[in-house]
Ligand binder design. Structure first.
Ligand SMILES: Nc1ncnc2c1ncn2[C@@H]1O[C@H](COP(=O)(O)OP(=O)(O)O)[C@@H](O)[C@H]1O
Ligand SMILES: CC(=O)OP(=O)(O)O
Ligand SMILES: [Mg+2]
Length: 402
């Protein structure tokens, strides 16, 4: 059995899964939230090998930092199961968000790799420092197994220069590594392969648009299994409207707000990353709450939904033109997999482009991959659940076995 522990550490959270990577079986899942919060944090852990209530543990916990969160995770395994002795991980796989132009493959973590991840932190200030803390804590807890970094940016390293280059002064861009890197690559890669499998066609002959709509959201044009264009940029702020992030905005708004409204650089950063998106527009960062508010007649919530789906439609059109032909449009992640209304509004009115959503099929709830377009639709519209953790576990195992 090749068990891999997968760690996804965010700025204030630690998500983990214990996975039997060859069979793709999840043995345990967990989430520790509000790390570093003065009022304390919260932990949830599930032993997926049992249906019994005793397999679930949840509690308020003291977690000043990621190292403490790691101890909470280890205690949860010891107290609730499954046993980490019986299911000893052969490796630990880590989600690392920014790998720059340096990392285009999953990489065994050495001291030099950690220095590189640290150097890339200015290009993902919300994500990389947290990823590193998670790595340090995990290495202390599991000193005898290899640790592997799987980068969000890696899948997008196949983008052509025309897609990743910003039209600014070349010297400034080169000196400061300002270019599009793209994120959610692990998900875009997994989902595009799963979509090809569902369609029963070799991925080499498919052109598709993958819409990863979670808290963060990004679109990706995938041609022959390779990313050729994606909507997130140098950082995970560009592109689609997100839970709290603005996505695309006229860059001139930034100096304008600095001069006119007393924002400094940090204030702008905070505004665009944490107080914008559907939260800023509609007062809810969670899509479920936004849809409910809109259905209760809240006009601000409805406008937020309109802006959110209008932006998606714009990207679908742009990527269709870049690809020249579209075989499939694929929705994934929390919003993409669950919010029928978002899917309907995003692709409504595209019949002229061969995209015909089957309203009934779209509204039906389902769990696995499924088709939500009509039989007559030239473009297959699919919902395909993502599984970043399984993809990280598989890639980790591949590196370790090589
Ligand atoms: N049934 C649902 N209907 C609408 N939105 C949903 C539903 N379930 C989850 N979501 C949304 O999915 C988003 C979270 O997606 P997820 O992929 O889990 O994000 P992340 O991994 O970035 O934290 C939230 O906005 C949440 O409201
Ligand atoms: C890169 C990124 O935005 O990740 P997340 O959606 O997990 O915030
Ligand atoms: Mg996610």
């Amino acid at each position: 059995m090749s068990v891999v522990l997968v760690i996804n550490s965010g700025s204030s959270s630690l998500k983990y899964q214990l996975i039997e990577a060859e069979g793709g079986t999840t043995l345990a899942t967990g989430l520790i939230e509000r790390i570093g919060d003065a009022n304390g944090g919260h932990a949830k852990h599930r032993d997926e090998t049992t249906d019994a209530a005793a397999g679930t543990w949840e509690a308020d916990v003291e977690v000043p930092d990621h190292s403490a969160a790691f101890d909470v995770m280890l205690d949860a395994f010891a107290g609730t199961g499954p046993s980490l002795e019986v299911n000893a991980p052969v490796a630990v796989g880590h989600r690392v968000v920014q790998g720059g132009a340096r990392f285009f493959e999953p990489t065994v973590i050495t001291d030099l790799v950690k220095i590189n991840i640290d150097e890339l932190a200015p290009l993902a200030p919300l994500h990389n420092p947290a990823n590193l803390e998670g790595i340090e804590a995990a290495q202390r807890a599991f000193p005898d197994v290899p640790h592997v970094a799987v980068f969000d940016t890696a899948f997008h390293q196949t983008m052509p220069p025309a897609a990743y280059t910003y039209a600014i002064d070349r010297a400034v861009a080169a000196k400061h590594r300002v270019r599009r890197y793209g994120f959610h690559g692990t998900s875009h890669r997994y989902v595009s392969r799963a979509a090809a499998e569902y369609l029963g066609r070799p991925i080499e002959e498919l052109r598709m648009i993958v819409l990863h709509l979670g808290n963060g959201a990004s679109a990706c044009a995938v041609s022959g299994g390779r990313s050729v264009e994606t909507s997130m940029g140098m950082t995970p702020l560009e592109g689609l409207v997100m839970g709290t992030r603005s996505g695309d905005i006229d860059p001139a708004v930034l100096p304008y707000l600095q001069h006119r409204a007393g924002f400094d650089a940090n204030g702008i950063d905070d505004l665009l990353n944490k107080r914008s998106g559907i939260l800023g527009l509609g007062g809810h960062r969670d899509m479920r709450d936004l849809v409910a508010a809109s259905q209760d007649g809240d006009d601000a919530a409805t406008l937020a939904l309109e802006v959110y789906t209008h932006r998606i439609r714009s990207y679908v059109g742009a990527y269709a033109a870049q690809l020249g032909r579209v075989d499939a449009i694929v929705f994934t992640a929390g919003v993409g997999e669950n919010a029928a209304l978002v899917r309907e509004w995003s692709l409504g009115g595209l019949e002229g482009f061969g995209v015909e959503v089957d309203v009934e099929a779209n509204r039906e709830r389902g769990s696995g991959a499924r088709r939500i377009s009509t039989d007559a639709s030239r473009v297959a519209v699919l919902v395909v659940p993502t599984n970043e953790e399984l993809e990280i576990a598989r890639q980790t195992l591949e590196v370790v076995e090589a």
